[in-house]
Design a protein around this ligand. Sequence first.
Ligand code: NAD
Ligand code: MG
Length: 397
Amino acid sequence: MKQSITILGSTGSIGVSTLDVISRHSEKYKIFALTANNNVDLLEQQCIQYQPLFAVIVDESKAEQLEQRLFSRGLSTNVLYGQAALEEVASDIAVDCVVAAIVGAAGLLPTLAAAGAGKRILLANKEALVMSGQLFMDSVAHHQAKLLPVDSEHNAIFQCLPDGCDNNILLKHDKGVQKLLLTASGGPFRTCPLETLEKVTPEQAIAHPNWNMGKKISVDSATMMNKGLELIEAYWLFGIEIENIEVVIHPQSIIHSMVSYNDGSVLAQLGNPDMRTPIANALAWPDRIESGVAPLDIFAVGKLEFEQPDLARFPCLRLCYEAIKTGGSATIVLNAANEIAVAAFLNSRIAFTSIAKVVEETLVDSTIITDISSLDSILSADRAARIIAEECILKHH
Ligand code: NAD
Ligand code: MG
């Protein structure tokens, strides 16, 4: 039986890499649904190649266009639009596996729908977990969904943990795990003079030295907000205290993360920096399949280096540590403010260095609520923080 797959965000960087892996194994996988925000051209091409049962485009005005184009090619793919349709194709009874690859808070509701329907979830979207960690993990447990991390660091940790130590159960088992070592490249501005950061352009910020990714996560990597969000992601995914997760700068991006054990062993997962490896691992788990990634040539790599992160250079990382300690809605506010600030930076409305300032000011100006056990409370904290972040931008930046 082929696994039936929905890819939320199929036109993005993770979506395209996932389809590349799937296309190498058409005997194992079939596509149930593909979804995009508004990229009709690429979604059309993907529908032609993968013939999904459903294609969802969020933008209603684009749906008709897509429908006509697919019809004129004689394709039987059903075109849906809107937020509710994303949730439908993530939870349909005919779906085995959902790839959560929408960027940002927009991924929350469809990913939660997949959890609520007990799906196997390949989780790339880290923002959903940052916003709703407890609620999301509770839903996964309650509905017996299976979470498989796609984020390269979390997938590496997943591979280095003892069998069965996934889905938030690490703390409940004494398997000798002492620390998770989360590696980070340090991004394009790891060594540049601090005073030059003010003038960094969006083009420079999205030019990551090792990884080819979507714009938002590329900017997050340059500010190291990405690593902070990943700390929060690891905290929820693996159920380990934040003090036991250490960020390690490793400029070569060959080790994707490590697990340190009480007998002195440190297990690491290595590979070329190509997301098709963690995607293939999560797709086929517990088996392994070919991903299209070239074998690692460790002689060409030559040496691996490690440094401690500089919190003065990367204030976003400090803000993430602080938000986790504050708890409650602080990480929701942090995530929302960051999305607003990154979009403003990409539109050349604010300086690169203002991203952290907007996030910090939004955290100071927001009322942090402690009870975030309902989806409503999470979504209203997110909405309120976006308004405050916009005000900060208008006032100061
Ligand atoms: P991307 O910008 O390349 O693609 C985003 C996808 O989400 C697109 O298909 C887009 O159509 C869709 N989308 C955007 N806004 C939407 C909305 N409002 N509603 C519905 N769909 C929407 O992003 P990406 O780099 O592929 O990243 C996707 C997620 O995976 C992010 O959460 C990111 O943090 C995570 N991730 C990415 C990488 C990577 O290498 N790109 C690595 C690890 C984790
Ligand atoms: Mg990552």
